[in-house]
Write a new protein. Structure first.
Length: 511
C-alpha cells in the first residue's frame, strides 16, 4: 500500500482517498508509527500529511531521518513537507506570516511534479512556518508569495514535497501533482480498480468463510447491500440475508430490498415483519432518546431471534457487517466526542454474539463502496440512496409514533422525494428529511372549508460528511411543487414549512 502518515489534521483521510483516485491502494497510519513499523507494511510509497503543529512547538511530531534512507519514495504535504525538509537538513523558519487559503503558485522549474502545468496557478495553503532552504540535492520547483520554497523534488531519490494542499478541490491541479508523484516519481503502478477490489474481496471472503455459512442484516442502505452482494458473490447460497421491516421505513423501501435487490443478486432473503411489535413498543412514547433506545433494543431482539432460527437450521458461524474504512480509522483514534444522539445502526449488534465477523468493506471509502455496488449490478435506488437513519421515520414524527401518522409522513416523504428526483437534484443534496409535527395543528382553508391539520417540515441539507451541514437553497419552483402536492394529496397536512438552520446549531434530523 501507499501509507498516509497522519500528523493530526483532518486531511489524512482525504489524501488517502485522492491516492485511491489515482488507482493506488492507500492506508492511513498514525504519526506515532516507527520507521520499522512503516517498513513492515512494505509500502510502495509514503505520504506525510499536513498537521496543525509548527515544527518549532515542543513535542511537535517529527520525522525520523532514517525513513529517507530506506529507499521508499516519500511525498511531504504542508506540515509533512516542513518536517521532511528539516529531517533532510533543510531549514524551516518561523516567520509568523500566515498564508491561509487560495494563493498563486509560481512554477520556477517545472521538474516532474509541475511539468506542463500553467506557470502560475492557484493552490490552497495553510501554514505559518516556511521552508527557506531546501535540503541538499533537491530542486526547488515553485514559490508562493509567503513561501520561497513551495515545492521541491529529488527525482533520483524519489523524494518530493509541496507546501500547499494538493488534496483539496481548491488546488485545481493538485490531483495531477499527486498522480505524478505516485506514478512518475514513485513508479507505483495504477492497479486499484473496482474490478480488482471485487476480485480481491471475493477471494478474501472465500478464504475466511471456507465452506461455512453467513448471515447478513439488510437495512435497505448501500453499505449492508454492497457487503451482502460481495459475500453472495463469494459464497452464493451459503449466505442468508435478514431484513427486519420495523414499519418505520419509507414508501417503496421494502420492495427495493425484497424485489430489486434479490433480483440483482439472487440472494436468499428472510423478511421479518415486525411492524406490530415496534408500534406496540413505541405506543405512548414521545421523548426522542427514549424512542431511539426502544427502536434499537427491539431491533436487536428481532434480529437475534432471526439468527437463532437460522442457526437452528444450519451452521451459521459468520456475520456480515458493512463497516467502512473511515469507521476503522476513526475508532482507532478514540475521539471522545460527546454523545449528541444515541445512534442506532441497523446491524450494530452487541459483542457477546457468538459470530465471527466478515467485513468486506473495511478497507473502502463510501464512494468506492458505491462503485463496487454498480460493478455488482445493484439497482441505482440502492447504490445512490441518500443517508437514512436506522430508527427511520420513528425519529421524524415529532410526538408519539402511530400507524396513521406513519402513513401521513410516508405519503409526504414520497412526494418530496419524487419531486427532488424529477428535478434532478438527488446528487446535489446530502439528504432531505421530511418531518411531521404530529402534535401541532394550525388553521388553514381548503376548498370552502376551514382545515385544522398538521405541518410537515422539509429539511434539505448539503454536507460533506454529516458532521456539519448547510441548508440547501432549493429552487423555489421545486419547493412550490412539493408544497402544493403535499397539501393537496396528503389528508390532514395543510402546511409545508422549510427548515433554514445549518448544523451546528441544528442537527440534520429533528430528533
Ligand atoms: P444528525 O441528526 O445527528 O444526523 O445531524 C447526522 C447523520 O446521521 C444520520 N442519523 C443516523 N444514522 N442511525 C443511523 O444509521 C441513527 O440512529 C442516526 N441518527 C441520525 C442522519 O440521517 C444524518 O445523515
Amino acid at each position: 500500500p501507499v501509507l498516509v502518515v497522519d500528523f493530526g489534521a483532518q486531511y489524512a483521510q482525504l489524501i488517502a482517498r485522492r491516492v485511491r483516485e489515482a488507482q493506488v491502494y492507500s492506508e492511513v497510519v498514525p504519526h506515532t508509527a516507527s520507521v520499522a513499523e512503516l517498513l513492515a507494511k512494505d509500502p510502495a510509497a509514503i505520504v506525510l500529511s499536513g498537521g496543525p503543529s509548527s515544527v518549532y512547538e515542543q513535542d511537535a511530531p517529527s520525522v525520523d531521518p532514517a525513513l529517507f534512507d530506506a529507499g521508499v519514495p516519500v511525498f511531504g504535504i504542508c506540515y509533512g513537507f516542513q518536517a521532511m525538509a528539516r529531517a533532510l537538513g533543510g531549514t524551516v523558519e518561523h516567520t509568523g506570516n500566515r498564508e491561509y487559503g487560495r494563493t498563486d503558485l509560481e512554477v520556477a522549474e517545472p521538474g516532474v511534479l509541475h511539468a506542463d502545468l500553467p506557470g502560475r496557478h492557484p493552490v490552497w495553503m495553510s501554514h505559518g512556518d516556511e521552508v527557506n532552504k531546501a535540503p541538499e540535492g533537491f530542486t526547488v520547483t515553485a514559490a508562493s508569495p509567503r513561501a520561497t520554497v513551495a515545492a521541491f523534488e529529488n527525482v533520483e531519490r524519489r523524494l518530493a514535497g509541496v507546501q500547499y494542499h494538493p488534496e483539496v478541490a481548491h488546488s485545481p491541479h493538485g490531483q495531477e501533482v499527486l498522480r505524478r508523484f505516485l506514478h512518475d516519481i514513485a513508479g507505483v503502478r495504477p492497479q486499484w480498480t473496482v474490478a480488482s477490489i471485487v476480485d480481491d474481496q471475493v477471494a478474501a471472503i472465500r478464504e475466511q468463510v471456507g465452506d461455512g455459512r453467513a448471515i447478513c442484516g439488510l437495512s435497505g442502505g448501500v453499505d449492508s447491500a454492497v457487503a451482502a452482494a460481495l459475500v453472495q458473490r463469494a459464497i452464493g447460497d451459503r449466505l442468508t440475508c435478514v431484513f427486519v421491516d420495523h414499519g418505520l421505513l419509507r414508501s417503496g423501501e421494502r420492495t427495493q430490498v425484497e424485489r430489486d435487490f434479490v433480483a440483482a443478486t439472487g440472494v436468499n432473503l428472510v423478511t421479518v415483519d415486525a411492524r406490530e411489535r415496534f408500534l406496540a413498543a413505541l405506543a405512548g412514547v414521545s421523548d426522542p432518546e427514549q424512542k431511539r433506545k426502544i427502536i434499537g433494543r427491539e431491533f436487536i431482539r428481532v434480529f437475534e431471534q432471526a439468527e437463532r432460527d437460522l442457526k437452528a437450521e444450519g451452521d451459521y458461524r459468520f456475520l456480515v457487517q458493512g463497516t467502512l474504512y473511515p469507521d476503522v480509522v476513526e475508532s482507532g483514534g478514540g475521539t471522545g466526542a460527546a454523545n449528541i444522539k444515541s445512534h442506532h445502526n441497523v446491524g450494530g449488534l452487541p459483542d457477546d454474539l457468538a459470530f465471527e465477523l466478515v467485513e468486506p468493506l473495511r478497507s473502502l471509502f463510501k464512494d468506492e463502496v458505491r462503485r463496487v455496488g454498480v460493478e455488482l449490478g445493484l439497482p441505482e435506488t440502492i447504490v445512490h440512496r441518500q443517508p437514512f437513519p436506522g430508527p427511520g421515520l420513528g425519529i421524524r414524527i415529532i410526538g408519539e409514533v402511530t400507524a396513521e401518522r406513519l402513513d401521513l409522513l410516508r405519503a409526504a416523504d414520497a412526494i418530496a422525494r419524487e419531486e427532488l428526483t424529477a428535478a434532478g437534484l438527488d446528487r446535489d443534496i446530502w439528504q432531505c428529511p421530511v418531518v411531521l409535527l404530529a402534535d401541532v395543528r394550525s388553521v388553514g382553508v381548503q376548498g370552502d372549508g376551514r382545515t385544522y391539520g398538521h405541518p410537515v417540515v422539509l429539511r434539505p441539507v448539503s454536507s460533506e460528511d454529516a458532521m456539519t451541514a448547510d441548508w440547501t437553497r432549493l429552487p423555489y419552483d421545486v419547493l412550490e411543487r412539493i408544497s402544493t402536492r403535499i397539501t393537496n394529496e396528503v389528508d390532514d397536512v395543510n402546511r409545508v414549512v422549510l427548515d433554514v438552520t445549518s448544523k451546528p446549531p441544528g442537527t440534520i434530523e429533528w430528533e
